[in-house]
Design a binder for this molecule. Structure first.
Ligand SMILES: NC(=O)c1ccc[n+]([C@@H]2O[C@H](COP(=O)([O-])OP(=O)(O)OC[C@H]3O[C@@H](n4cnc5c(N)ncnc54)[C@H](OP(=O)(O)O)[C@@H]3O)[C@@H](O)[C@H]2O)c1
Length: 352
């Protein structure tokens, strides 16, 4: 298939593009910055012809149309992810218009395969049970969470009209080769650079390479509209730190903070952002996820699509190795990983 891709220079999108290419598809990238395409794909010896790159924006109808020309499928992985309060309006407008132009546009053109990256957190409300894609959509409180909820509502509306939209619902996405250090990778980085927090519930991640595999399967296989969770095993916070200790042979620094206190700090973060804005995700929303995460099972994804999700141990080991090799972390942070030297990092196609 020829697939129009948004977000191809981002974390999920770049792994997904590599997965599509490895499966024999061709892609056309809609990007904001053509030079970033080289920065992201040169290390993998992947080059793109001029006609495979359209410089534009998901909020610009003309460039979206140009990028879709001649394509028979669409992957929409672009979104503005930003935790600054001052960006609220822009986040809501960008992500809403992106869904309208890219997903809605693909449907209006009658494309037979449309893949959208949602988030399992669109179903999260404090105190809810285990998350799954058939739950009601929660409204969200931060602009980003609200934008994902609104996107989800629009996608559901189009699916009800019969649009062949296949949705992935990832938990926190972690893995190597992240061009911009997205949120979950940033959290892991901060456990080593600053400190971790031991609190209630736990941290559930999905390996970006397994998510890329799921996207290739969604592109090719299901008939009609559908949605699948993308999640590795749920680990409590103590289990998460135990895995990190095991991988590095060191004790990762963590401070115990009870859930209610952590949530109160999140509320304080929301309040401080009103007067002094910052991008660190110290928000009530983020602290609710961190302390009351009910877990999510991707058993149906594995059973129906044959996509499995690797252990957190493997994901963390490869991620820390990549952070060390790129200088994001030092030998004193990653211990055993630095002493054992480099090892081949598995590619998206090896993850299936
Ligand atoms: N990260 C997570 O833990 C997580 C969890 C659940 C769901 N998700 C969802 O997964 C998707 C990918 O997330 P990610 O973490 O991989 O994000 P990312 O690394 O920040 O990548 C986002 C991509 O979107 C592009 N983009 C942003 N605004 C754009 C615009 N106006 N026009 C065109 N492109 C634009 C960015 O372009 P540039 O390269 O030019 O910046 C980038 O390529 C998003 O839909 C996100 O909501 C993420």
């Amino acid at each position: 298939m020829r697939v129009m891709v948004t977000g191809g220079t981002g974390f999920t999108g770049s792994h997904t593009v590599r997965g599509f290419l490895a499966a024999g598809h061709s892609v056309r990238l809609l990007v904001r910055d053509a030079a970033k395409v080289r920065r992201v794909f040169d290390p993998f010896e992947i080059g793109f012809a001029d006609q495979d790159i359209v410089v534009g924006d998901i909020t610009d109808e003309e460039s979206v149309k140009r990028a879709m020309q001649g394509c028979d499928a669409v992957f929409h992985g672009a979104a503005l992810v930003d935790m600054r309060r001052s960006m609220a309006r822009r986040i809501l407008e960008t992500n809403r218009r992106g869904v309208d132009l890219v997903i809605g546009g693909a449907h209006r053109r009658g494309l037979p395969s449309i893949v959208y990256v949602s988030s399992i957190s669109v179903f999260f409300t404090p105190g809810c049970g285990p998350l799954h894609p058939d739950m009601p959509i929660a409204p969200g409180t931060t602009a980003y969470a609200r934008s994902k909820a609104q996107g989800e509502l629009e996608v559901r509306r189009l699916q009800e009209e019969g649009a062949p939209i296949r949705v992935s619902y990832p938990t926190g996405i972690v893995g190597p080769h992240d061009p911009g250090m997205s949120d979950a990778n940033r959290a892991i980085h901060s456990f080593f650079r600053q400190t971790g927090v031991n609190t209630s519930s736990g941290f559930q991640i999905v390996d970006v390479r397994d998510l890329a595999t799921l996207h290739t399967v969604l592109l090719e296989r299901p008939e009609g509209p559908c949605g699948y969770a993308a999640a590795g095993p749920m680990l409590s916070w103590p289990e998460t730190y135990r895995v990190l200790d095991e991988i590095t042979g060191k004790r990762v620094r963590r401070v115990p903070i009870p859930g209610p206190l952590f949530r109160a700090l999140g509320s304080m973060g929301d309040w401080i952002k009103r007067v002094h804005d910052f991008s660190f995700p110290l928000t009530r929303d983020a602290m609710e996820y961190a302390t009351r995460w009910p877990g999510c099972s991707a058993e149906r994804t594995t059973r129906e699509l044959g996509v499995s999700f690797r252990s957190a141990h493997e994901t963390y080991a490869d991620t820390l190795r990549w952070m060390y090799e790129t200088g994001l972390l030092e030998a004193r942070h990653v211990g055993r990983i630095a002493r054992e030297g480099s090892r081949e990092i598995s590619s998206p196609e090896a993850a299936s």
